[in-house]
Design a protein around this ligand. Structure first.
Ligand code: G4P
Length: 196
């Protein structure tokens, strides 16, 4: 088991057979040492790629993105889920359907902060059905930016997002892939992965 899998076993919980609880260290209270390890690991896995920007989506992705960006020495851009008054009108937009919230949201990124010169690492905390990632990829395509790879903390391997995004040809590195969970026993089964 790697450091994130160990932490999920130690402090995570199984809320239902499809929802993993990680809010004591990842997406409500945040353990910044853990985020630092996640950022370091993404840097190791994508080393040698000409990444000059980290892209994520608000809210939970931002913390991981910022610490990852420190390891790459590059800025972070996050897609917003609502249009704020100061963002201007020159925007890339994509529709993202939320599985958890059961609604469709328009995500937006200003054209000022994503261009054809960008080589992007997309990061996020969870990969479930892949809808957020599809939106972020769409925004990169609109900007003619290059997606160099995708770094995910927790992929739920029993949902189809990882397969869909990999089949599109993107390199997805998920630090923990949960293949199954059992709410009654609390058991979490991880996919065997190459140890880096
Ligand atoms: P998808 O983009 O891969 O299709 O994911 P999905 O719609 O299923 O997930 C939407 C939201 O739910 C995301 O946060 C994601 O982080 C979160 N999420 C998905 N599965 C789990 C899970 O098993 N446990 C926890 N704790 N969260 C999960 P969001 O709604 O975009 O909100 P935010 O927290 O980033 O603001």
């Amino acid at each position: 088991m790697n450091f994130l899998e160990e932490r999920i076993i130690k402090d995570g919980g199984v809320k239902s057979n499809t929802i993993l609880k990680v809010d004591s260290f990842l997406n409500h209270q945040i353990d910044t040492d853990l985020l630092n390890e996640i950022g370091k690991e993404f840097k190791k896995r994508f080393d040698g790629k000409p990444i000059n920007k980290i892209l994520t989506i608000e809210a939970s992705g931002i913390g991981i993105a910022c610490i990852t960006a420190l390891h790459f020495g590059v800025p972070v851009v996050f897609a917003k889920k609502s249009k704020t008054s100061n963002i201007g009108n020159d925007l890339y937009t994509a529709e993202v359907e939320s599985f958890t919230h059961n609604e469709v949201r328009t995500i937006i990124v200003s054209k000022d902060y994503l261009t054809e010169n960008d080589h992007v690492l997309i990061v996020d905390d969870f990969l479930a059905n892949g809808r957020a990632l599809k939106g972020l990829i769409s925004v990169c395509r609109q900007a003619n930016a290059t997606v160099e790879g995708i770094g995910i903390a927790v992929e739920k391997g029993f949902q189809n997002g990882g397969r869909i995004i990999r089949e599109l040809g993107y390199r997805v590195e998920s630090l923990a892939i949960v293949d199954s969970m059992n709410a009654e026993t609390g058991a979490v089964v991880f996919r065997d992965q190459e140890i880096y």
